[in-house]
Design a protein around this ligand. Structure first.
Ligand code: ADP
Ligand code: ZN
Ligand code: ZN
Length: 726
């Protein structure tokens, strides 16, 4: 007897595939190995239909069901279904994205056992009976001891563990078992003494969050940098843990903010914590994912992909720095983890807490119109907000990008033994190398972009495609030796500061200087220990770091971000400058922020100085409303790329024709070359569609996606719903 299963496969087709299956235990959410074309692939069973559109005798037989229980539970599948439909992306690919890579791989041998447990003999083994330095064996023993049974995937998550497991098998210390029992959730052990007593605004925010447990409620926590948002998250999390709920804490980037992990671990000792980010080894990732799915991890701290982790007792979702662009995936399945966090909370009927000093205008609008509950922290914990002043570059000369008043302020802080930060949003020495006699510029041969001069490494590098070449000694066009760097980057500012302040300890912090593992951790320690006087850095430094001795922030090239064709540029700049300014004066001394600019009267700078986010956001929203931009309209972008721009544009023209029959109420703009037309040797174009009704846009995209999938073209294309970059 065989039954029917409907399977999601990671193929670029917007459909599911039916198979016959002889394993009666095939459950929805389990992985299954199936023949596909001439290959074998892993898929996930998403349905057990009664009937198939395919004739019974044409249906292929699934080879093997790989899991005895659902890997993706009902809630997770529901979220994935929503995401596939909303982002007009093939369900199979979406479902497979949610699985850790290690679980997507076709197994080579026969089905592995379900799980492992210590044999009676194994239970008598103690760690010191193991060979010295057999760390994996010690680890395995401990894992088996603490969790009783271990899923096979976990017991074999790394090569070292696999080897250890073989050794245990040979010694007869382990036996296979049918099913892993998730360990009972440990009762929340909260170190009350480590948590500061909350102030009144914090308490109110925590109380409101807790009051929303058990029902859908988005909460927007707006608080200045240093106003204690993190404490609100931790207290709300503590309450959820005490009620036996799991907590999902989403952050934009983990690699650069290990403090939060340390903080969570210290605050909740003995509570299962799984941190998930892209720098994990595959096996490690799968292991932590399983711990979350089985309920052993009570807190999941992770970047955007974690929004899909199955969490059987999920009771609270927190999204820190909710405005951050890294919550939106930039390619392939272009989902927003922030938005899906809200959807997930709504499907599950739980609260979602979004925090930021500068909420996205989308969230802010939802809060002001009453759809989200607004919670505000208006005061910094220990300090007044920093004072922001402008240095008018029309009146002040600057050398190497540094004006006299900024240099004077730096030298004052230096004399007082205080730290300063010079912020410049560009790494490298100079953004371009030019020839003084013929005007040659260091263009990237593969992109519409300049090669950036990295003087220290003596290379010219493209920050978009990675193209890299030696610095020429003479002009490639005219042969003249008069080559000069134009503009400033972190390396050049660092060099200028070293020259001005030869005794100062200067540290440059950008993606280049923090590339090595641990580099950033060491730098942070040096800053904390006051082993540094002046920091020169990019936005890496803007995110959530607490440097108590940093009192002056100088901002160099903000103007370059002021005028841009992207309607979100102002919103982003305001957020970035607020974040950078927020680094100043977190300790006892009031912070000072000096912004060098040609346009001190620009409304954005004025609003920043007033530090009145609500007024600024309202003005922005009014502008968006009258100009017909999001959040008052909903957008999707059809992106296309090809070797030649014409191929991409032709495809988009055909796409416009295919759209027309379904486009009632939809605005279709003309296809245009992308903001950055060439990238990594490919030429790119895009077509914007827009609608005031979200539901109408979704309906349209459904039709359009199918029409596009059926068309044939040499262009590579993708739909981007709620696009963030143009
Ligand atoms: P944010 O996340 O809003 O930038 P943090 O939560 O990092 O702010 O808080 C800034 C600093 O203030 C941290 O060092 C934190 O430990 C401390 N802090 C937060 N809340 C309190 C409180 N109620 N009492 C004393 N210190 C606090
Ligand atoms: Zn030249
Ligand atoms: Zn390039």
């Amino acid at each position: 007897m065989s039954l029917l299963i409907r399977v999601a496969l990671d193929v670029p087709l917007p459909q599911l595939f039916d198979y016959r299956c002889s394993d009666a235990a095939a459950v929805v959410g389990a992985r299954v190995l199936v023949p596909f074309g001439r290959r074998r692939m892993i898929g996930v069973i998403v349905e057990r239909p009664q009937l198939s559109d395919v004739a019974e005798n044409k249906l292929k037989l699934a080879q093997r069901v790989l899991d005895r229980e659902a890997l993706l539970d009902h809630d997770t599948l529901r979220l994935l279904h929503f995401a596939a439909e909303y982002y007009a992306y093939p369900l199979g690919a979406v479902v497979m994205t949610a699985l850790p890579a290690a679980l997507r791989r076709v197994p080579k041998r026969d089905p592995p056992p379900q799980g492992w447990t210590l044999s009676p003999e194994g239970q008598t083994v103690s760690a010191d009976q193991l060979p010295p330095r057999a760390y994996a064996q010690q680890r395995l023993l401990e894992l088996l001891r603490t969790s009783g049974t271990l899923a096979h995937a976990e017991a074999t998550a790394t090569p070292a563990l696999r080897k250890a497991l073989r050794a245990f098998c040979d010694a007869g210390w382990v036996i296979t078992c049918e099913k892993t029992n998730p360990a009972a959730p440990a009762a929340a052990a909260i170190k009350a003494d480590a948590a500061p007593a909350l102030n009144a605004e914090q308490s109110a925010a925590v109380t409101e969050t807790i009051a929303a447990f058990g029902r859908f409620q988005p909460l927007l926590l707006r608080g200045l940098t240093g106003s204690g948002k993190t404490e609100v998250y931790l207290h709300a999390a503590a309450a959820a843990l005490e009620q036996g709920l799991q907590v999902l804490l989403l952050v934009p980037e983990i690699a650069l903010t290990p403090q939060l992990e340390i903080l969570v671990r210290a605050r909740f000792p003995g509570i299962g914590l799984a941190t998930l980010h892209s720098n994990l080894a595959e096996g490690e990732r799968a292991q932590r994912w399983q711990a979350a799915r089985e309920g052993r991890a009570r807190i999941v701290l992770g970047t955007r992909l974690s929004v899909f982790v199955p969490l059987p007792q999920l009771g609270l979702i927190v999204v820190d720095e909710e405005h951050d662009g890294s919550f939106k995936q930039g390619e392939g399945f272009r989902y927003s983890a922030r938005d899906l966090a809200v959807v997930r909370a709504s499907q599950r009927g739980i609260p979602v807490l979004l925090g930021s000093a500068t909420p996205s205008l989308e969230s802010w609008r939802n809060a002001t119109e009453g759809r989200y509950r607004l919670l505000e922290l208006r005061n910094r914990i220990n300090a007044a907000p920093p004072r922001i002043d402008y240095i008018d570059l029309r009146q002040q000369k600057s050398e190497d990008g540094l004006s006299a008043p900024l240099l004077a302020a730096l030298s004052q802080r230096l004399a007082a033994g205080e730290q300063s930060l010079v912020f410049i949003n560009r790494r490298g020495y100079a953004p371009v190398l030019t020839c003084g006699s013929c005007g040659w510029m260091s263009d990237c041969p593969r992109c519409s972009a300049r090669l950036v001069l990295h003087l220290r490494e003596r290379r010219l590098r493209c920050h978009h495609c990675g193209h890299d070449r030696a610095v020429p000694t003479t002009c490639p066009d005219c042969g003249d030796a008069d080559l000069a760097p134009l503009g400033q980057g972190t390396q050049r500012v660092e060099a200028a500061l070293v020259q001005r302040f030869p005794k100062a300890r200067i540290l440059r912090i950008d993606r280049d200087s923090t590339r090595a593992k641990q580099a950033w951790t060491e730098m942070r320690d040096r800053i904390q220990e006051r082993d540094v006087d002046i920091l020169v850095g990019t936005q890496i430094l803007a995110k959530g770091h607490d440097f108590p001795h940093l009192n002056l922030v100088g901002i160099l090239n903000a103007d370059s971000m002021l005028y841009s064709s992207d309607f979100r540029a102002a919103e982003r700049l305001y957020a970035l400058l607020t974040q950078v300014a927020g680094r100043a004066g977190r300790g006892a001394t009031r912070g000072q922020v000096l912004v060098q600019t040609q346009f001190p009267d620009h409304p954005l700078y004025q609003a920043l100085q007033a530090q009145d986010f609500a007024a600024y956001a309202q003005a922005q929203l009014d502008e968006r409303r009258s100009a017909g931009f999001p959040p008052y309209v909903h957008q999707a972008l059809l992106r296309a790329e090809a070797a030649k721009i014409d191929t991409a544009l032709d495809f988009l023209a055909a796409a416009t024709r295919a759209a027309t029959p379904h486009a009632d109420g939809i605005t279709l703009y003309d296809p245009v070359p992308a903001g950055m037309m060439r990238r990594a040797g490919r030429e790119r174009a895009q077509l914007l569609v827009q609608c005031t009704s979200r539901a109408r846009l979704r309906e349209f995209l459904g039709h359009w996606q199918q029409a596009l999938a059926a068309s044939s073209t040499r262009a590579r294309w993708a739909l981007d719903v709620d696009p963030q970059d143009f």
